[in-house]
Design a protein around this ligand. Structure first.
Ligand code: DC
Length: 227
């Protein structure tokens, strides 16, 4: 069967990565979490003293970009792939609140985006890939054969994110998480560099009232229709 590129874009915490991962596993495609790459750059910046409060030293980061290597390696225990930063498994660290609170400004920096997009396009050279993010169907793979734009109501997304944090032993309050989600939405959609936009040829999915099984079924249906 011919291999295609599947781009899944949308707001944060609306289940994009769950559906993208499940689809990739189901159809034997590679899965790339592009947000994890921006998160890894954020972690690097925090660890190397590039943040003073919320202010990022972009000059320092630009010099360091050549030293930042990000890759994904399979984790036999979970059956998923983990994010590695310069050879270190950072999967857990990049999902915490500290990185979540600083990743949006990092994702607005032009030279960071350029480097990430270049690497993402390399991952897709052989097709057979599912990638999720904000600009996958618009900037990274405008030629993708299947584009999905996912959304859900903010309170539903907050609940999902809270459950995720709780499962990781990082409880947070509803208001704190909702504020983080709303702040990120605003930065992601209004930034000058590759804002979160729905591609003209994307299919929209509001999964607020869907179970994971229902959304997976919906997505497999769209994939089958395309191939
Ligand atoms: O999907 P996520 O929450 O892990 O993404 C983390 C941040 O990275 C989020 O603020 C948006 C940004 N991002 C982006 O700008 N472009 C992408 N392709 C993926 C994520």
């Amino acid at each position: 069967m011919k291999k295609i590129i599947i781009a899944i874009d949308g707001h944060s915490s609306c289940g994009k990565s769950t559906m993208a991962k499940d689809l990739a596993a189901d159809i034997g495609y590679k899965y790339i979490d592009s947000g994890a790459m921006y998160r890894a750059v954020t972690l690097y910046s925090i660890e190397n003293g590039m943040f003073q409060g919320d202010d990022l030293d972009t000059e320092m980061l630009e010099k360091a970009m050549k030293d930042i290597r990000i890759d994904f390696r399979p984790n036999p225990e979970t059956g998923r792939s983990d994010t590695y930063l310069n050879g270190r498994n950072v999967e857990k660290e990049i999902r915490g609140m500290e990185v979540a609170g600083k990743v949006s400004p990092i994702a607005t920096v032009r030279f960071v985006r350029r480097a990430m997009v270049e690497q993402q396009q390399k991952f897709g050279e052989e097709k057979g890939i599912v990638m999720d993010g904000r600009d996958i169907g618009t900037v990274v793979f405008p030629q993708a054969e299947l584009k999905v734009f996912v959304t859900a109501r903010p309170e539903v997304r907050t609940r999902r994110r809270l459950d995720e944090l709780k499962a990781k032993g990082e409880p947070a309050s509803f208001d704190e998480v909702l504020a983080n989600i709303e702040k990120r939405d605003l930065i992601d959609s209004t930034r000058a560099e590759s804002p979160l936009l729905q591609a003209d040829d994307a299919i929209v999915l509001d999964n607020s009232d869907m179970t994971i099984e229902q959304q997976n079924k919906w997505l497999v249906g769209k994939y089958q229709a395309r191939v």
